[in-house]
Design a binder for this molecule. Structure first.
Ligand code: ZN
Ligand code: ZN
Length: 367
């Protein structure tokens, strides 16, 4: 049911944009539209029909998962197969056909492949490739109850391994070993995989917002842990910063300023508010503590089938938040040579505000 209604919505948009055919090649969009969770396939639309092309390795999986599209299995690469199928359908059309490709995901090689297959069957003057963006993503931005349920489970699983992972944090441990422990616990608890490369950054390295875990010892100071899991195909994302050893006054102040900014960001979230206003709410708090120059990234992002989705919560983003969006609120302050703090929760946008999904406490933990 849900896949059919999603396909219908996309079809309406394509028809509205006078597009005769479309290639959906981005796997997250394919999964959203027809349920296929494998890693090779193309979903195509042409003149009112949806077809899914894959190779023999995924035939069984496609039959189990796909709803709403006709499955085509062939030894031919899926994109070539889809192109031939569309070419044969459009061959007899009187006017030039408009064929949509996903601008953000079609490589030059893919586009060349599509063109050469089409040209074998159709004169070049008979079709036009149209670059589209966001047709499926605009639907994905608001999550339905079933998706929210998946996201809650992913968030809860990630949070549930946090206390155990904390006990692996010791001055002598390496960042790598803490990351490995965290990922091991997550997998053992049922995570399909991590939703991105786990970040464990300690000491002065905590001032690098996207530090990769290294063989550096945890030592003393802040440790930023940023990680998430995929469960039921949906991602989670959380960050906590703890302190190993003594937290001096400056460290406590830095932590509490970031927490204050994070709470201000959460308080600003509600349906109808512009994304940039939420970013500003958190940024203004850091400014009042003269820390805004150390907050070098945006406040948050949507999360769903992919770890980074629309909307972006950042300066200049006019997009308004709507009920059913799931976003992160993750301010940070990174003081070069000293250390950094980031605190990140996932929240569900509601009519009157938001529901914080991440249950893990944000009190400063000192170990
Ligand atoms: Zn994160
Ligand atoms: Zn994030």
């Amino acid at each position: 049911m849900k896949y059919l209604s999603r396909l219908n919505q996309v079809q309406r948009q394509l028809e509205h944009d006078r597009l005769d055919a479309a290639f959906i090649t981005h796997l997250a969009n394919i999964r959203y539209l027809c349920g296929f969770a494998g890693s090779s396939g193309v979903l195509s639309f042409c003149r009112g029909t949806w077809e899914f092309f894959t190779d023999g390795r995924y035939a069984e999986q496609a039959r189990k998962q796909i709803k709403g599209a006709t499955i085509r299995v062939d030894a031919l690469p899926p994109l070539a197969h889809a192109s031939r199928s569309i070419a044969s359908k459009l061959r007899r059309s009187r006017s030039a056909s408009r064929i949509a490709i996903e601008r953000d995901y079609v490589t030059l090689a893919m586009q060349t492949r599509i063109s050469s297959e089409l040209e074998r069957a159709t004169p070049k003057s008979r079709y036009r490739m149209v670059q589209t963006a966001g047709i499926v993503e605009r639907l994905r931005i608001r999550k339905d109850p079933e998706e929210i349920d998946h996201i809650r489970k992913a968030v809860d699983l990630a949070s549930s391994v946090y206390p155990k992972a904390l006990s692996s944090i010791k001055p002598q441990a390496t960042e790598n070993s803490v990351a490995a422990e965290l990922e091991y616990l997550a997998r053992k608890s049922g995570a399909e995989k991590m939703s991105f490369d786990t970040i464990v950054a300690s000491g002065i390295r905590s001032a690098l917002p996207h530090a990769r875990p290294s063989l550096a010892r945890i030592g003393r100071g802040f440790v930023v842990l940023d990680y998430g899991v995929i469960l039921g195909g949906y991602c989670s994302d959380m960050t906590r910063t703890i302190c190993v050893g003594r937290a001096d006054r400056a460290m406590r102040d830095l932590y509490s300023a970031v927490l204050e900014a994070q709470l201000a960001g959460i308080a600003a979230v509600r349906s109808g508010v512009a994304a940039q206003q939420v970013d500003a709410a958190a940024r203004n708090v850091l400014r009042s503590h003269k820390l805004d120059k150390y907050f070098t990234h945006s406040l948050g992002h949507g999360v769903g089938i992919e770890i980074h989705e629309s909307p972006r919560l950042a300066k200049g983003e006019a997009q308004t938040l709507e009920t059913g969006m799931v976003v992160t609120i993750e301010p940070g302050a990174y003081v070069p040579g000293k250390g950094g703090v980031r605190i990140e929760d996932m929240v569900l946008v509601t009519e009157t505000g938001c529901e914080v999904l991440t249950p893990t406490s944000k009190e400063l933990v000192i170990r």
